[in-house]
Design a protein around this ligand. Structure first.
Ligand SMILES: Cc1cc2nc3c(=O)[nH]c(=O)nc-3n(C[C@H](O)[C@H](O)[C@H](O)COP(=O)(O)OP(=O)(O)OC[C@H]3O[C@@H](n4cnc5c(N)ncnc54)[C@H](O)[C@@H]3O)c2cc1C
Length: 383
């Protein structure tokens, strides 16, 4: 079995006690000692097993903290994409294989950044790579890097001097030329360890370059990574939604109405809970289907058209899963009431963190504009 359920239980227990202590050291120690970060390194060619394992890990950790799960998800989607990217490009695939071997052998964690910055134009990249001797000099900043202080490596996208994008990988720990800044989300999403980073003329050798240019392989790699990312994102937010439903169930079974009847026996509550369960099951079914299709698509050499369709499906899966998860957590909180925010109640954390699902990696506004034009052509909707 690729995923050891006992190990997942152990890591989840460490996370629970870490969250209670407000210190994630115990969790990260357990996580690093486990096989969970290395499922993509050890997947042995079974892409279905890999996709299911990542879904199950994130659903479980997300039920405790979507922020903590999001940090780990970054490592998982990057390693899964590197492990399953196959486009008949020997040089690129050899590099990806080398990175994975290093991650497995040295038990490393990897963060990633698209180098997006908050500028007056959407999708602006804040970093630049200039050719220098046998390597590159990287400067500029990136607004978002989750798992930043825990990671050993950083996979990043940057512009090169000719304005084209490039993928690089570099060590992240103890690098004076990479300044890991303060938390980007200092309250609600603090445990995602998302920080702004600055590159102060970091020199990287040629081998750090994974792929550059406007060729099809770079676009495919970018789309393929995002397909893994957006397919997996709903797993953790639906984990949070499932936990919220269960908290509402416990509340309704343990508290009576003023007439002395258990709240769980009131018809209105039955209907409210049914709505939550139906939404959860619907989004989970969409997710499970997407996971199976991802497992199917990642077998063998990737074709651009298949990757494009997979990307659209991942975007829709992410849209449905995160929207429903947020609605479910909100409704569960309303059922439980003010005690949702009392000490020790998981709903407080889940409420604050679940609303981030809709905000990234791609916001709803982008996904709607991606899908809208595909149904407004001359062909009938289901044609
Ligand atoms: C908690 C968290 C952790 C993250 N961690 C990482 C990380 O580790 N690495 C990383 O690279 N990135 C990370 N990101 C960033 C993420 O991948 C996205 O880049 C980011 O969430 C996009 O959100 P934004 O508000 O910056 O988007 P923007 O593109 O700035 O959009 C802002 C708003 O503009 C509007 N808009 C956007 N696009 C369109 C459009 N096409 N048409 C019309 N209106 C539009 C929408 O109203 C949208 O909400 C993280 C994000 C979050 C929230």
């Amino acid at each position: 079995m690729l995923l050891d359920k006992d190990e997942l239980d152990h890591v989840a227990a460490a996370l629970e006690s870490s969250l209670a202590a407000n210190d994630l050291t115990e969790y990260y120690t357990a996580l690093r000692a486990s096989g969970l970060p290395f499922v993509a390194v050890n997947y042995g060619g079974d892409t279905f097993a890999l996709a299911r394992a990542i879904r199950d890990i994130l659903h479980r950790i997300g039920g405790l903290s979507p922020a903590v799960a999001l940090a780990f998800e970054n490592h998982l989607f990057v390693t899964a994409a590197l492990a399953t990217f196959s486009v008949n490009n020997e040089a690129l695939e050899a590099k990806a294989k080398g990175i994975l071997e290093k991650i497995g052998k040295e038990r490393l964690l990897v963060a990633n950044t698209s180098s997006r910055v908050h500028a007056n134009k959407l999708n602006a990249l804040g970093t630049l790579a200039k050719k220098e001797g046998n390597g590159f000099r990287i400067s500029g900043s990136a607004a978002y890097t989750s798992l930043s202080t825990q990671s050993d490596l950083l996979l990043f996208v940057t512009r090169t001097e000719d304005g084209r994008p490039a993928f690089f990988i570099a060590p992240l720990k103890n690098q004076p030329e990479i300044e890991i800044g303060p938390y980007l989300f200092p309250r609600a999403m603090i445990d995602s360890d998302t920080r702004r980073i600055e590159f102060h003329d970091l020199y990287v050798p040629e081998e750090s370059l994974l792929q550059s240019g406007q060729g099809k392989d770079l676009l495919l790699l970018n789309q393929f990574e995002l397909t893994w990312h957006m397919t997996m994102i709903p797993s953790m937010y639906l984990g949070a939604a499932a936990k919220a439903v269960d908290e509402a169930r416990k509340f309704l079974r343990s508290v009576n109405s003023t007439e002395g009847k258990p709240l769980a026996e009131l018809d209105g509550m039955t209907v409210d809970m049914a709505r939550l369960a139906i939404k959860y099951q619907t989004a989970k079914t969409v997710l499970d289907r997407a996971i199976e299709e991802l497992g199917q698509e990642t077998q063998g050499v990737l074709e651009p058209e298949r990757v494009r369709r997979g990307f659209e499906r991942a975007a829709m899966t992410k849209y449905v899963g995160t929207t429903y998860a947020e609605e479910i957590v909100t409704q569960a909180r309303r059922i439980i009431g003010a005690r949702s925010f009392t000490a020790g109640q998981p709903l407080e954390r889940l409420s604050m963190e679940t609303l981030f699902g809709a905000l990234g990696p791609e916001p709803g506004a982008y996904i709607e504009r991606l899908i809208g034009p595909t149904i407004l052509g001359e062909a009938p909707f289901l044609g």
